[in-house]
Design a protein around this ligand. Structure first.
Ligand SMILES: [Fe+2]
Length: 188
């Protein structure tokens, strides 16, 4: 179920309003960093007892679309990840995302290519750095940045802002052991 910012005046609604104001200048190269700051403010000003946050924590839904903007197409997801949750290295194609934690600890390694990147089907990746997303920590992941996620301390309540609907774009997933690169095709 989506949250309806139009009918509330809570911290989530204020956050969405802030995003919509930012999006009026969608060519701003600093937009991912401005969204990061807006998400940091939202996380810091929200109590676990605020009804919208209490609902997310209570439902413990692993993946939920909280908001989809009718004009600008950005999407705000909410996740409650249990112990052991993780995914393999991937990118988000031409889109960028912003990940922020409310509870728990999620580790996000960033990868760089150790090869010359000439072969589209294979990639030799090495870990460049690891972001540790504890409560209130937010990072943007820019176009083409290869990363993966792993819950280190559950339950991890994580907010994932998507600059566009990721299911509609071509993305890539990377196998660390074999070096194989596979395509994640857009939904029809
Ligand atoms: Fe991702």
């Amino acid at each position: 179920m989506a949250l309806d910012p139009a009918t509330t005046s809570d911290t989530f609604a204020r956050y969405i309003e802030e995003l919509r104001t930012l999006w009026k200048d969608s060519n701003d190269a600093n937009l991912p960093f401005k969204v990061k700051e807006a998400m940091e403010r939202m996380l810091a000003s929200t109590s676990p007892d605020d009804p919208w946050m209490a609902e997310i924590i209570r439902d413990a839904d692993p993946s939920r679309e909280l908001y989809r903007d009718p004009d600008y197409g950005f999407v705000q997801m909410g996740h409650v990840h249990p112990e052991g949750h993780g995914n393999t290295p991937h990118d988000h194609g031409p889109c960028w995302v912003v990940y922020g934690a409310y509870t728990g600890l999620t580790e996000i390694p960033l990868y760089e290519r150790a090869d010359d990147a000439r072969n589209a089907d294979r990639a030799d990746l090495r870990v460049k750095e690891v972001h540790r997303l504890g409560p209130g920590v937010v990072y943007p992941y820019l176009t083409g940045q290869i990363h993966s996620t792993q819950v280190a301390e559950p339950p991890a309540v994580v907010f994932r802002f998507l600059s566009a609907d990721l299911t509609r774009i071509l993305r890539r997933r990377y196998n660390l052991e074999t070096g194989e690169v596979s395509l994640i095709e857009p939904l029809a």
